[in-house]
Write a protein that binds this ligand. Structure first.
Ligand code: AMP
Length: 304
């Protein structure tokens, strides 16, 4: 079973306390689609300008990523620049240029309409809704979001939430969306807004999964050095969605979702070991399996 990924594709300039690099492959859909491609076929929906390097298109094509839904139009590609603070948990956006994104009106190739699992990676909630309008009864719809949309497009986001099975967001965003300081209360409140499942990411402290009578806490992999946290959340979402699509014809159970959260965390932990998507280029299925088992060992304990 395949997964449809829609989101931003762009060129990032990123400064961390260790280094600064310009014009790197970035964007929520880039990380998410490559993350998902470790598990299943991906239908990618996005837009770039004519300045987008062919090498990046070729990289997507070298993965299990279908590019019929990638629009290449006259104009400049989306650009984002961010600078991380010393703790790497917080960052400032230095600049953002929407460029061709301003004219993005996602139109799905007919062959994408029946994709069973949909990942609406981080873009404006109206665009995420427009993609859903074109889908024919998807089995499982996952949405990601960010603080910007909670600030400037909350009503659009609330309308979208009624149509998705799962929302992924970070701890600050969950608090901002619900006004609840307790993440446990926030998870429950977000479920009341629509999604059956909610994953709240806590950066280096892992992730919480909420469902009906379901709570799962997944640690983060204990990395000694993080080179670039950019895209960790998107890679997490991509790995999670790709794994779900690869299981039981996209039929999701609380058990498969727990495993998906761990696979998403495995991919995110690898992604932050290098800038941009560099670590994902060399990552192997064996690497993924090995770290998945480390996660299991890390959280296992005997009944007393
Ligand atoms: P994350 O680190 O998971 O928040 O994702 C970082 C990626 O999001 C970067 O590669 C950016 O290109 C992309 N990005 C930043 N701002 C936006 C935005 N407003 N809409 C869509 N994508 C964005």
């Amino acid at each position: 079973m395949s997964v449809l990924v829609v989101g931003s594709i762009g060129l990032d300039t990123v400064k961390t306390p260790i280094a600064e690099h310009a014009d790197l492959l970035g964007g929520s859909a880039s990380y998410a689609s490559v993350g998902a491609s470790f598990f299943t076929d991906v239908n990618l929906v996005g837009i770039v300008g004519e300045d987008f390097p062919q090498a990046h298109v070729d990289f997507f094509g070298s993965r299990k990523i279908d590019l019929e839904g990638l629009e290449i139009v006259p104009g400049k590609t989306f650009r984002w620049s961010g600078e991380y603070h010393v703790d790497l948990n917080t960052r400032d956006t230095r600049s953002i240029a929407l460029n061709v994104f301003e004219q993005f009106n996602p139109t799905l190739p007919p062959s994408y309409n029946n994709t069973p699992v949909v990942l609406l990676a981080n873009i404006a909630p109206t665009l995420q809704s427009r993609v859903l309008d074109q889908m024919v009864q998807p089995k499982f719809v996952i949405a990601d979001t960010m603080d910007l949309w909670i600030n400037i497009a909350k009503d659009d986001l609330l309308a979208l939430l009624k149509r998705v099975d799962m929302l992924i967001l970070n701890d600050g965003e969950a608090r901002q969306l619900t006004g609840e300081n307790s993440l446990i209360k926030a998870g429950a409140r977000i479920r009341e807004l629509g999604p059956r499942y909610v994953a709240i990411k806590k950066g280096e402290h892992g992730c919480l999964l909420f469902g009906e009578n379901e709570f799962f806490s997944c640690a983060a992999y204990p990395l000694e050095e993080i080179h670039d946290p950019t895209g960790a959340g998107d890679t997490f979402a991509g790995g999670l969605a790709g794994y779900l699509a690869s299981q039981d014809h996209g039929h999701v159970t609380p058990e498969s979702l727990r495993r998906a959260v761990v696979f998403g965390s495995v991919l995110a932990s690898y992604n932050v070991e290098a800038f941009s998507l560099e670590r994902l280029r060399t990552l192997t299925p064996e690497d993924i399996k090995k770290r998945y088992h480390s996660f299991k060992t890390m959280s296992h304990f005997e009944v007393a």
